[in-house]
Write a protein that binds this ligand. Structure first.
Ligand SMILES: Cc1ncc(COP(=O)(O)O)c(C=O)c1O
Length: 354
């Protein structure tokens, strides 16, 4: 049974069906969550406010939008909150219906699924291994719409500023998924949020589930010109952002110490883990975020299917990256976790590959 049978990593229920280990026993490297877990305040709010689920949530998500507006210094009218970035990926494509959408490959599979569901078609531009999967130029992109991860999943790389500038000049509709941007130290400078709030050409999608480790809550937001936000809001399902998600979203934005700790940890852990993986003979690509794309190309007899099964047998889940168009069966993706887990990962990988 494919561990990604529902299209994503982090599917512990499927892993348990396939291998029999209880869900809480897995060491999950296959989904890219902040390993510090949800901030404590999330638990406190749930305990304190559980009775409030007896009421409908605010349909206009006013308090959280005001908080996002203050945090990112953009008008609240430019913000639409959604049931995870996943809802907004779907919504933006459903509302704007571009005929052709250009995707860089490999990239997050939901972009294509959303386009096809909305009756559009996609065109792929390949990110090249020899360029370390960096998007090199915008020449191949001249099209009605482009949907890009910034940073991109599964490659973990930011889009160079000159490429984004060229796309802007070419007049493409730019839908930019910044689901992992919070992990980038120069986030404020590199994010397109500010530009999206002013221009009809650019829409930015953000997730709050990765950085705050709350994927079970479902929370993301979109930034766009207020006229576009109004159109998107009209097409959104009523009450799609539940009461707890709104409350939690507001509170985690104040968790400055949590954010700092996460960024400091990542700056140290990413080079350490990359170095350890390289010392096992693996090829590790440069990453700007909290996960790594890795290749088994140098190791004879190994492919990702074999490694994923062997590691699952040891209680560790890794993401089969060959399922991303543009990658072959030598690629896998792993999250970066805290040092004790990472030491166990390296030990098990070493034994496995021996
Ligand atoms: C690149 C990218 N964008 C968006 C999402 C969806 O995030 P959310 O949990 O906010 O729906 C994911 C989840 O894996 C992702 O990897």
């Amino acid at each position: 049974m494919k561990l990604e049978r529902y299209g994503h990593g982090g599917d512990l229920a499927t892993a348990t069906e396939a291998y029999g280990l209880p869900q809480e026993s897995w060491l999950d490297y296959s989904s890219n969550m902040n390993p510090w877990g949800p901030p404590e305040i999330v638990g406190e709010l749930m305990k304190e406010h559980w009775r409030d689920v007896a009421k409908y949530p605010d349909p206009a998500v006013r308090r959280l939008r005001a908080k996002l507006s203050e945090t990112y210094r953009i008008p609240a009218e430019s913000i639409l909150v959604g049931n995870g970035a996943a809802e907004l990926i779907d919504l933006v494509v459903r509302v704007f219906k571009p005929e052709e959408t250009v995707l860089a490959r490999p990239s997050f599979s939901e972009y294509e699924e959303a386009v096809l569901k909305a009756g559009g078609r996609t065109r792929s531009v390949l990110l090249r291994e020899e360029r370390m999967f960096e998007l090199a130029n915008a020449r191949e992109f001249a099209s009605g719409a482009v949907f890009l991860g910034h940073p991109n999943n599964p490659t973990g790389r930011l889009i160079p500023a000159h490429v984004l500038d060229e796309l802007r000049e070419a007049g493409s509709r730019m839908i930019i998924d910044e689901a992992f941007m919070d992990f980038v130290p120069d986030e404020e400078e590199l994010s397109y949020i500010r530009r999206a709030s002013e221009s009809e050409q650019i829409q930015v999608i953000r997730s709050m589930t990765k950085f705050y480790a709350i994927p079970g809550i479902r929370l993301g937001f979109m930034v766009a010109h207020p006229d576009l936000i109004r159109r998107l809001a009209e097409a959104q399902t009523a009450w799609s952002v539940n009461f707890l998600a709104q409350l939690v979203g507001e509170a985690v934005l104040d968790e400055r110490a949590y954010a700092e700790r996460t960024k400091t940890w990542l700056l140290e852990e990413r080079p350490w883990l990359s170095g350890e993986l390289r010392s096992l003979g693996l090829v590790v690509y440069p990453s700007d975020v909290n996960f790594l794309l890795v290749s088994l190309a140098g190791l004879e007899g190994w492919n990702v299917g074999r490694l994923q099964r062997a590691m699952a047998g040891r209680g560790i889940l890794i993401r089969d990256a060959s399922l991303f168009e543009g990658l072959n069966d030598s690629y896998f993706r792993i999250a970066i976790r805290l040092r004790p887990d990472n030491e166990r990962l390296i030990k098990e990988l070493k034994e496995c590959l021996r």
